[in-house]
Write a protein that binds this ligand. Structure first.
Ligand code: M6R
Length: 605
């Protein structure tokens, strides 16, 4: 996820772009760059690191001009560096990009054959060269032709050397708004970047090209036909808008899960089957292991617990999951055919990094599932799967968890195919169910009002229990961590059948219990466990697969999901747990995005 801005008007473009990028920096801060049209020349300045590095580089000599574009980068393809920073320029044009070009390797091959050379490792430079190759003197037809060749998600702002004061913009999946002003026009990833100058905007739709000059905004389709757009206005403050109108980054990130999941899953599906060619994982890889060791911390470790259940069920390969801080000090036994999988959002967690290094020193193959490209774990693992959750700003991890789990499902299907536990038809059916689970996540988000209501009764409790069996037990662990992390309520997650072996003595009148029952096969047993705690006075909130699978009087409150295959229920179910944690913390007046004693990336042991 990156932030982009285009401007043409009457004000000094450099300062408008820097101000806008400042408001977009939450979208990524690996590098930043601007381009200003100065006396007909497209002058580019870019720098690795935060926007301040770019500001320092520009210093007291800003390029002079009233049109330009800017970019703040969250690295996906290619490490953070000056070369990989946007804008990327060619003989005829320059552009900034937010998104992922999925067929960039194929496009690159063709471009190299035509004599193109590349300075960066980015997919964006390939898009720029593709447009350059197609350039016919008409920017609109050039862009249209190129978009027919480019696959993936993108929001592009493009400027052509022959038309130095005109800004062109297109999008597919990535956000991009056109914000018309008076005698000046903007195109921005979100309105925060223009809100100081205009509150008018419209969304650009897929297959539309916006053409901005100082005095006009025109939108055409890919055949050059004019498109009418309806303008809207907003009354946000800049502060609110930086969170896209959400009160907290956590809630914003919870709602971003469908998009994050799609961005992570889609590049890894080819012809309906799981494929990790996108991550350069070789064909033979998945048949090379007879044991898998997952190592991670916190929420990432909980994603591993779901992954274990799914890999073992689909591929019948034994999987162990361990917290990194224990794994690294216990002299683990790892064979030649063991794969160590390290899961980390930040890619910088000290214990996970140390566990990875230990595994490598013992000569075993390592695979990292990492959200931050260019991070230490991503750099040091033998193989890397980059999840595409985008920057996760709230300390409580939500969307990063879901995308980690989705990557583990695709891994499970690939292992299953490689060891012939499933055939292609079964793998394709699983992949399609995984895609369906993303829609179920969207439906789970609609349950927010019910959970906000339910959370009211947890706001002053001292202690709370989460119960589940199988996949629901893995989820219970995550629900418990999320709630204690941001609401400071003491919680415990228990395997529902284990409670009666000691801990049930803590269940007294009014103790809240959140029970998960999303697994049809285990429903009868789960209902018995709920009755055991109810009989001792517990106040039970039940999250069930659907309201038809369980009798309504089993619990005090029932929140029912839309049913999908049991194996995929963790995707919608975790959303409810995240929302319970969020609304409970909100009710208690906690600092949700920055809970006490915590840091987003734990780089100490
Ligand atoms: O960046 P990582 O995924 O390696 O971080 C691991 C944990 O520190 C992290 O998941 C932590 O548990 C979250 N704050 C929980 O919401």
């Amino acid at each position: 996820m990156c932030g982009i801005i285009g401007y043409t008007g009457f004000r000094p473009a450099c300062s408008i772009l820097l101000e806008g990028l400042g408001r977009l920096e939450y979208r990524g801060y690996d590098s930043a760059g601007i381009l200003v049209s100065q006396d007909g020349e497209l002058v580019t300045i870019k720098a690795k690191g935060r926007l301040d590095s770019l500001r320092q580089k520009i210093g007291d000599h800003p390029p002079v001009g009233t049109s330009g574009m800017g970019h703040t980068r969250w690295a996906t393809h290619g490490e953070p560096s000056d070369e990989n920073s946007h804008p990327h320029g060619t003989k005829n044009l320059a552009l900034v990009h937010n998104g992922i070009i999925e067929n960039y390797i194929e496009l690159k091959r063709g471009l190299i054959e035509k004599g193109y050379q590349f300075l960066s490792q980015t997919d964006t430079e390939i898009a720029a060269a593709t447009m350059d190759l197609n350039y016919d003197g008409d920017p609109v037809s050039t862009i249209a032709k190129s978009l027919r060749q480019i696959e993936g998600s993108y929001a592009f702002v493009i400027m052509f050397r022959d038309f130095p004061d005109t800004v062109y913009a297109v999008r597919k999946d990535g956000p991009l708004l056109v914000a018309p002003g008076d005698g000046e026009n903007f195109v921005v990833s979100d309105l925060t970047a223009a809100i100081g100058y205009t509150n008018r905007y419209f969304t650009l739709d897929e297959g539309e090209i916006a053409v901005l000059t100082r005095d006009s905004v025109r939108v055409v389709d890919l055949d050059g036909n004019p498109v009418e757009k309806t303008e809207r206005t907003v009354g946000w403050s800049i502060e609110q808008a930086q969170k896209d109108g959400f009160e907290h980054f956590m809630l914003k990130e919870i709602t971003e899960q469908p998009a994050a999941l799609r961005n992570t899953i889609h590049p890894r599906i080819k012809n309906g089957l799981p494929s990790f060619s996108y991550d350069q994982i070789p064909e033979g890889f998945f048949a090379s292991f007879d044991r898998i060791q997952i190592v991670a911390c916190g929420t990432a470790m909980h994603a591993g617990l779901v992954g274990k259940a799914v890999i073992e069920q689909v591929a019948r390969i034994p999987v162990e999951v361990e917290v990194a801080s224990e794994f690294r000090y216990r002299n683990p036994i790892l064979g030649k055919r063991t794969l160590v999988v390290v899961i980390s959002q930040s890619g910088e967690t000290a214990d996970s990094l140390a566990a990875l290094r230990l595994a490598r020193s013992l000569g075993v193959t390592t695979l990292a599932v990492v959200n931050v490209a260019g991070s230490s774990i991503a750099r040091e693992a033998d193989y890397v799967i980059h999840t595409h959750a985008g920057p996760e700003i709230s300390v409580a991890s939500t969307k990063a968890y879901s995308v980690q789990v989705s990557a583990l499902y695709l891994l499970a299907f690939s292992f299953g195919l490689a060891v012939k536990r499933i055939d292609e038809e079964e793998a394709a059916a699983l992949v399609s169910k995984l895609e369906g689970a993303v829609d179920a996540v969207g439906a789970a988000l609609d349950k927010a009002p019910e959970l906000e209501q339910a959370a009211k009764r947890f706001s002053d409790v001292q202690s709370l229990f989460f119960l589940g069996r199988g996949l629901d037990w893995a989820l219970a662990n995550e629900g418990s961590l999320k709630l204690k992390e941001i609401s400071y309520i003491h919680c415990e997650a228990y395997a529902a059948g284990e409670l009666k072996h000691g801990t049930i003595s803590l269940i007294t009148e009014g103790i809240p219990v959140i029970a998960l029952a999303t697994q049809q096969r285990l429903m009868g047993k789960m209902v018995s466990n709920i009755k055991e705690v109810k009989a001792r006075g517990a106040d039970v909130l039940l999250i069930a697969k659907s309201d038809e699978t369980v009798s309504h009087d089993v619990a005090d409150t029932l929140v029912a999901l839309s049913p999908i295959d049991d194996l995929f229920m963790p995707f919608p179910a975790v959303v409810l747990l995240q929302l319970i944690a969020y609304y409970t913390a909100k009710e208690r007046g906690c600092d949700i995005d920055k809970p006490r004693n915590l840091a987003k990336s734990v780089t100490v042991e």
